[in-house]
Ligand binder design. Structure first.
Ligand SMILES: [Zn+2]
Length: 93
């Protein structure tokens, strides 16, 4: 993505804090790579990033933590490549 869906301005990759609230609790994930519009500030998460966020928050809930504020760090090793796409370079017959 190179331009903002709303205002057409340039978007750039930044590391931001993602926050989710539910039932009086709060989760913060730091250093989330996100495309942010330089003009209106709209953020765009790609599917892989959203998958990692869901995984982090799911794991956190499974651990049964009851703290009201949980701070996590983004883990890019949890990113899944889309539909098995791989870099085929060097694998030609
Ligand atoms: Zn914009």
């Amino acid at each position: 993505m190179k331009s903002c869906y709303y205002c057409g301005s340039r978007v750039e990759l930044r590391l931001i804090e993602y926050m989710r609230r539910r039932g009086g609790r709060k989760w913060i994930v730091r250093n989330v790579p996100t495309y942010v519009c330089t003009e209106c500030g709209e953020g765009y998460y790609n599917a892989a990033v959203v998958g990692v966020l869901d995984q982090l928050l799911y794991d956190c809930r499974m651990r049964g933590s009851t703290s009201r504020i949980t701070i996590l760090d983004y883990d890019e090793s949890l990113e899944k490549s889309e539909s098995g796409q791989k870099d085929d370079k060097g694998q030609s017959p």
